[in-house]
Every structure is written in C-alpha cells, then in structure tokens.
Design a protein around this ligand. Structure first.
Ligand code: G6P
Length: 368
C-alpha cells in the first residue's frame, strides 16, 4: 500500500525516488500547449488573478523555502511584488496589506498550527483572496481557503520533506505562469517554460541516476561537525533547504548563506574542517559565484559543487564537482534540490541516525 517502503531502505529514499512521477502528477491536466490552464486553481481564479497587485506568501519549514523560491519567480515573470514570511512571525505582527493582495499559504500537511492561524488572521485583514498550495486533500488549510492547488505528491512519511517540496515548487511555477499569462508574460517565455516543465520529470530521473556519485561524496561529511551551503538568487533558498535537510537527519550543524554574504561573516569559519557545498547552475550569477568559491579554497575549505555540465568547473585539489544536466534556468532550483536531498540522506545513513524519524521533530506540527 501507500505506506510501504517497497524495496527502499527508508521512506525518505523512496520519496526522493518518487519525484519524477509526482512532479508529472503535479503537472497532469494543468498545462495547455502554450501556457498554464488557469482554471486549475479553481473556477474563479482567472477573475481573481486579474485583480492581483501583490502576493504575500506564508509557510513554515521546508514549505517556507519553497515560498522563498517563488518570490524570485513571481517577481521575474509577473512583475508582481511578493513578500514571504514564516507563519510564526507573520501571525504576531501588524501586517500591512495593500489593496489587491493575494494571500498564499504553502503546506504539505495543511494542518501546521502556525500556518493555519496565519490564514485565520489574514482573513480579517482585507486580502483579495486566499490560495492554499497543499498536499493533503480535505485538510484544514484546504477547507478554509478560497482557492486551492493540490501538489499531488501522495503521502509523505519521512519527517524530512522531499517530494512535497519539489511538487510545491512545481505548483508555484504553475502559479507563476498562471499569473504571468494574465499579467502579459511574453507568449514565447510561457511556451519555453511549459516545455521545460514537461521535460522536468525526465531530468530529475537523470539526476537520481547520479546517486552513487553523491553517496561517494557523502563520506567526506560523516566526521564533520559543521557545513556551509552557498547559493545565489533563487538558489539561496535551495541552499537553505539543503542545510535544513542535513541538520534534520544527520544532526550536523549546517548553515546557508547567499554566496555574496560570505565575506560579511561566515568566511571567518571556513577551514579544512568546514566543508562548503555550493549550487552553481549556469545562470547570470555564475561568475560571481566562482569568485566566492575561490575565497573558500583560499582558506583551505573543501568544496562540493553541484554545477551545470556547461559551466566549465572541474575537479581539482579540494574541489569536487558533480555535473547536472542542463535545465531551463527557472527550473534549476527544482533540479538542484535533488542532489542535496541525496547528500543528506547518505550522510545520515553513514552516521546511523533514524532517517525517517529524526529526534525531536514531528512530521506535522499541529500545536504552537
Ligand atoms: C515540520 C516538518 C517539516 C515541514 C514543516 C511545515 O517541521 O518536519 O518537514 O516542512 O513542519 O509543514 P507543512 O506540513 O506545513 O508543510
């Protein structure tokens, strides 16, 4: 049944490997030839989206990281200003809600206490409408929101969220395209993104095939006490998510920084005992990232770089490069999540922790 590990050693590993199928499920019936079918968000979505002037996104944990990625996408492709906040902060401050603001919650479970309380708080604040992007049909969040988009990831058992995150990102790209369509995103850009989305499950499959190589890299982490994750742009939240996964299941202290902030503090911590993991897709920030990586090498830090096959980075003294297939720049955050999931999984297995049920953590935090 759904709650069986099959041939996998852990639910987390099974859920990581389900990603090509569940990303395909999240896209199923929602893409037209040239754009997203806006009615996927509900019958009133087209009319409501036309009135959206701002977006506020609220979530917790891994779901919050998905929201952070969406800010880059929505501002880039729709021109709509976006704020993203953790629910436990949002619900206790005097939020200013400009006219025409769409309130978006992200949640795997749909039962996270802070996220649900944020939605109830938001209802009194004059938002245009609320949209829940959620994985559990009939959950409280889904029942109480005006619009919903289900992520279609299926049951997620591992406490450390994997497939729920990549399907949330897929759903958020659908939201970006739906809003973009209404806000005048060029037809050619819409078509290119739709085509890239259709190719995404196949690319995730190809990244999963690199599992053995990621496992080899994981050996360098098992004896370490700290790790630093770097990313720029939409890959900063992916670095945050990579660090969160490592913390959650291997209990190694991990931090994430936008690479440009390295010299404002974390560089002081870098030495041979502090591995540095970086995601380096082939985007406009690559050259800047390369110089950040040199700063790390100059301090003796061992570097692990996940990079596009075309970026011209290669293995060297203290530098380990794992090449990923080329992907549309916008979808790189989804693809680059996968090796970071595999890395933390293998480090945890080496350390012998309880991968699916890490200490002190719960799958769904339904009390404050
Ligand atoms: C807990 C889980 C995380 C999850 C977070 C938010 O902390 O351990 O994996 O990201 O809650 O949960 P939600 O169900 O709202 O996405």
């Amino acid at each position: 049944g759904a709650a069986s590990k099959g041939s996998y050693r852990h639910f987390m590993l099974k859920e990581i490997h389900e990603q090509p199928a569940v990303i395909a499920a999240a896209l199923e019936g929602r893409l037209g030839d040239h754009g997203v079918l806006v009615e996927s968000f509900g019958p009133e979505a087209a009319e409501l989206f036309a009135r959206v002037k701002q977006v506020h996104i609220v979530a917790c944990g891994t779901s919050y990281h998905a929201g952070m990625v969406a800010r880059y996408w929505l501002e880039r492709y729709t021109g709509v200003p976006v704020q993203v906040e953790v629910a436990s902060e949002y619900r206790y401050r005097q939020v200013v809600v400009p006219e025409g603001t769409l309130f978006v919650t992200l949640s795997q479970s749909g039962e996270t206490a802070d996220t649900l309380a944020a939605l109830r708080f938001a209802r009194e604040r004059g938002y245009l409408a609320s949209l829940a992007i959620c994985n559990v049909p009939g959950s409280s969040l889904v029942r109480e929101s005006d619009l919903t988009l289900m992520t279609q990831a299926g049951p997620e058992i591992g406490v450390a969220s994997t497939k729920a995150f990549t399907t949330q990102l897929t759903a958020l790209m659908l939201l970006t395209l739906a809003l973009g369509r209404i806000k005048g995103l060029a037809a050619a850009e819409q078509s290119a993104l739709v085509e890239a989305l259709r190719g995404l499950p196949g690319l995730v499959d190809r990244v999963l095939a690199l599992d053995g190589m990621v496992e080899t890299l994981s050996g360098a982490f098992a004896e370490k006490h700290h790790a630093l994750f770097l990313g720029r742009g939409a890959h900063f939240p992916i670095a945050l998510e990579g660090a969160l996964k490592l913390k959650e299941i291997s209990y190694i202290h991990a931090e994430a920084y936008p690479a440009g902030e390295l010299k404002h503090g974390p560089l002081a911590l870098v030495d041979s005992e502090m591995p540095v993991i970086s995601v380096a897709p082939n985007d406009e920030l690559l050259d800047k990232l390369k110089s950040n990586l040199q700063e790390v090498r100059a301090r003796g830090g061992e570097l692990f770089v996940f990079a596009d096959e075309g970026v011209g980075l290669s293995d060297g003294e203290g530098v380990h490069v794992l090449h990923l297939p080329h992907v549309h720049e916008a979808l790189a955050p989804i693809l680059y999540t996968v090796p970071l999931q595999l890395l933390s999984y293998h480090v945890a297995v080496l350390k012998g922790t309880d991968v699916d049920q890490p200490r002190n953590l719960a799958k769904s935090v339904t009390v404050e």
